[in-house]
Design a protein around this ligand. Structure first.
Ligand code: 4NP
Length: 156
């Protein structure tokens, strides 16, 4: 099983959106028995909460399921148990790298690393900007390219 973890700050806006969008695409491509998806936050404020209303509205609109998803915090074991640990922004990435130290981990990167022509490196935080649509567009292309990369690296 290939395991993919999306990470943001609160685990209620960006990373749950990425988890839902990525899982939807994995299922669409018939890869659900090969790729497992999860998300987590570096912060602990929203542990146990469902995704933010803005993320839920957007996923409802796109008919993408977020059934049963609840926020959790990243733990040290995640870094060795997941093959791809995908941060939404530079802060999340720095926190993950600090947590990892010199331990052997899965591949740690940023979602927009997978979008070579992206004008920005970080997915903006809609908790503060209120703009969930721009996040969806970035998440959608990032997830698509990430899945293509995983298929190339692990499944072909
Ligand atoms: P997220 O957004 O990292 O995309 O889930 C945030 C959600 C909550 C907070 C910050 C960012 N907060 O400070 O509570």
């Amino acid at each position: 099983m290939i395991r993919v973890l999306f990470v943001c700050l609160g685990n209620i806006c960006r990373s749950p959106m990425a988890e839902a969008v990525f899982r939807h695409e994995v299922e669409r491509q018939g890869l659900a028995d090969k790729i497992e998806v999860d998300s987590a936050g570096t912060g602990d404020w929203h542990i146990g909460n469902a995704p933010h209303e803005g993320t839920r509205n957007l996923l409802d609109e796109k008919k993408i399921s977020y059934d049963g998803m609840k926020a959790r915090q990243v733990i040290g074991e995640d870094l060795s148990e997941f093959d791809y640990i995908i941060a939404m922004d530079a802060d999340n990435l720095g926190n993950l790298r600090r947590m990892a130290g010199y331990e052997k981990t899965g591949s740690i990167g940023r979602l927009l690393d997978f979008v070579p022509d992206s004008k920005v490196a970080d997915v903006p935080d809609p908790y503060f900007t209120g703009n969930f649509d721009e996040v969806y567009d970035m998440v959608q292309v990032g997830c698509k390219n990430l899945l293509d990369t995983i298929i190339k690296e692990k499944l072909t």
